[in-house]
Design a protein around this ligand. Sequence first.
Ligand code: ADP
Length: 475
Amino acid sequence: MFVNGVWEKGVRGETFQVLNPATGEVLADVADCNQEDARRAIEVAHASFPEWASLTAYERSRVLYKAHQLMLERREQLARVMTQEQGKPLRAALNEVGYGADFLLWYAEEAKRIYGETIPAPRAGQRFIVAYQPIGVVAAITPWNYPASMITRKVAPALAAGCTLVLKPAESTPLCAIEIFKILEEAGVPSGVINLVTASDPRPIGEEFVTNPLVRKITFTGSTATGKLLGSGAGAHVKRVSMELGGHAPFLVLKDADPIHAAKGAGLVKFLNTGQACICPNRFLVHDSLVEAFTNELVSRVQKLQAGNGLKPGIAIGPLVNLKAVDKVERQVHEALSKGAQLLTGGQRLTEGQLSNGFFYAPTVLGGVTPEMLIYREETFGPVAPIIPFSDDDDFLAMANDTDYGLAAYVYTQNLAAAMKTFEGLQFGIIGINDINPTAAAVPFGGIKESGLGREGGREGLQDYLETKIGGFAI
Ligand code: ADP
């Protein structure tokens, strides 16, 4: 753990192992912290808050610029750590480090633009000003699927705003968090401003985050189930929360789309991170006139994807995070097949040769998926593309919106009016129109319905770390 500028083992002095999901080998032992450690980290963050908050925006900005530069200098090293502990192919890891660094740069710039305003008063002799101040100590919990960028997406705006922070990274990927904290330390973040608590059991840490009155905000990225738990706990203590939760993204191929172009996009975005992204499409709703062309192209692309250890060149499909994840994918595929879906490619665990030591599942395409199947509603978080044909008689918007989630959605069409109507009608926070990468540090990322609260990135991502204060002046 990293508390008050010192790397330590935690009060119990215990450690837990970090495994490589591609090979099963032990990569490192890291501190296994408990609730007491979390409490101490929070107290340190609280004590460090007044000084950090009182620096000028320019001073805080300089630290973030430096961190951005260092993160890019260490891109290759950090990407290797990520591939080893999380499994994504090295090229994807390099991309993620770049995306993660983008948040440091964006918020280095935004730190200087936390503008207030004046509001005309209804009474003579009165003036109103609005000022934004840092919210205080932030407790952050991050997931394993994007173990670097999900950290900088929270830490950068928190630091820009003048907040101090305690982070608990996911138990399977603490090594990226450790590397990022080293970068932040070297960039000049003062002792105590950022604190890292690694733990094999997240529950006592979460409990302390929720109940400790010194924590003013909880920012969480992870599953909807955990988000509900933390959100309801934080609600009982009237703490601010930001939540980026699960998704069940529809991928719409409308009748005037180019099915080949759509299949190319589908192949890329579905199998990104082996399907382990909250914005991965989970349902491919394809107009029946295009199903054949779309499916043939997608299947032929998927059959070329090679699974294996992401450190090897040419690998497109890394392992899943653990055995539970493989079991879930297998259960969804078997259930869909038993209810009449067609297996077009894949559909089994990969256990040949060296793959037997890791958690691999073949990239899979299912045809003829219907609403009765589990995969139609349940988030897969794995490499399975279920194709659901629709006809002119079907209300494709209602089908796309038929989910409790509302994170990302994708639409392929060459018709401008259809694109606009679909964009407006989809109940999702992130819409890609002929675009499989509708994200950037500069745009607000987040979901509606059970996919989350608040936005990360962009100008809005900073507002979540600020309190609004008004001053009424009688003169
Ligand atoms: P997933 O199922 O994708 O792993 P989780 O929501 O379980 O998603 O994990 C996301 C993050 O939430 C991880 O850092 C994990 O340790 C943390 N987490 C899980 N359960 C709790 C909890 N009860 N309290 C606090 N953090 C938790």
